[in-house]
Design a protein around this ligand. Structure first.
Ligand code: IPE
Ligand code: IPE
Ligand code: MG
Length: 245
């Protein structure tokens, strides 16, 4: 561990990204490599999600956004989608209770109204129950799409224009930010994608304008705490210019 002294104080060796995004990819390939059904990969991925989330919180990350299900993932075979829904349900019931003990606040990014009523109820319960937590904010991007995020924001602004509350010329980046699912949160500093793919796949496309992107040739269920450390090391070696010199 590189961020802490033995006494538990944060050491100033590396600067921690405030907000990390993780595209949890590679579950299917992990299962295939072992001759297992894809759903076994999702289960292993969900367990790892729990491990990495707790670790991120323990080293002092303030915001962690994990991409769990995209707006495009509905196009997968029905059996895979329903297995994922079952997994989400058991995770909301069990693992998130455990996050509460860790003072983690859970929020959901995406249009959760597309989930079944039982899952929606759990989502609202978890959000409410953890609203008072003061530690890391864990964003679960579920039925999330970056394009959908922008459409959802702009539609609300259009309603305000229609109601005469604002003028079209009042619409600027801050206004669009105000109605994104990540409202009030800083943009991700670092986005990590395991599995070897080097693309965003519709993850936080607005918010990622100046994020540092790090990819790993490791499938998500095999992604270790040490890989997160390594991503933070790589992030520290980057020179972020934000368009300046
Ligand atoms: C990511 O793993 C999990 C979800 C998208 C729900 P994949 O299921 O995409 O795994 P690969 O990319 O097929 O290996
Ligand atoms: C991105 O992975 C979505 C999640 C990890 C939830 P995908 O596996 O859906 O992305 P593509 O199809 O490789 O771009
Ligand atoms: Mg994938």
């Amino acid at each position: 561990m590189i961020f802490r002294k033995s006494g538990g104080e944060t050491e100033d060796i590396l600067s921690l990204p405030v907000h990390i995004g993780i595209i949890m990819d590679g579950n299917g390939r992990w299962a295939k490599k072992r001759g297992l059904p894809r759903t076994a990969g999702h289960k292993a991925g969900a367990n790892n999600f729990r491990t990495i989330t707790k670790y991120a919180s323990s080293i002092g990350i303030k915001y962690l956004t994990v991409y769990a299900f995209s707006t495009e993932n509905w196009t997968r075979p029905e059996t895979e989608v329903s297995a994922l829904m079952k997994l989400f349900k058991s995770y909301l019931e069990e693992a998130l209770a455990d996050f509460m003990d860790e003072n983690i606040r859970v929020r959901f990014l995406g249009d959760v109204s597309k989930f079944n009523p039982e899952l929606q109820k759990l989502i609202h319960e978890v959000e409410e129950a953890s609203a008072c937590k003061t530690g890391m904010v864990l964003n679960l991007a579920m039925n999330y799409g970056g394009r959908d995020d922008i459409v959802h924001s702009v539609r609300q602004l259009a309603e305000k224009v229609k109601a005469g509350e604002i003028e079209p010329s009042d619409i600027d980046e801050d206004k669009i930010n105000t109605y994104l699912y990540t409202e009030g949160q800083p943009d991700p500093d670092l986005i990590i994608r395991p599995s070897g793919e080097q693309r965003l796949s519709n993850f936080l496309i607005w918010q990622a304008a100046y994020s540092e992107f790090v990819y790993f040739d490791v499938l998500w269920p095999d992604f270790k705490k040490e890989d997160l450390d390594e991503a933070i090391r790589i992030y520290n070696a980057r020179n972020r210019r934000f368009g300046g010199v």
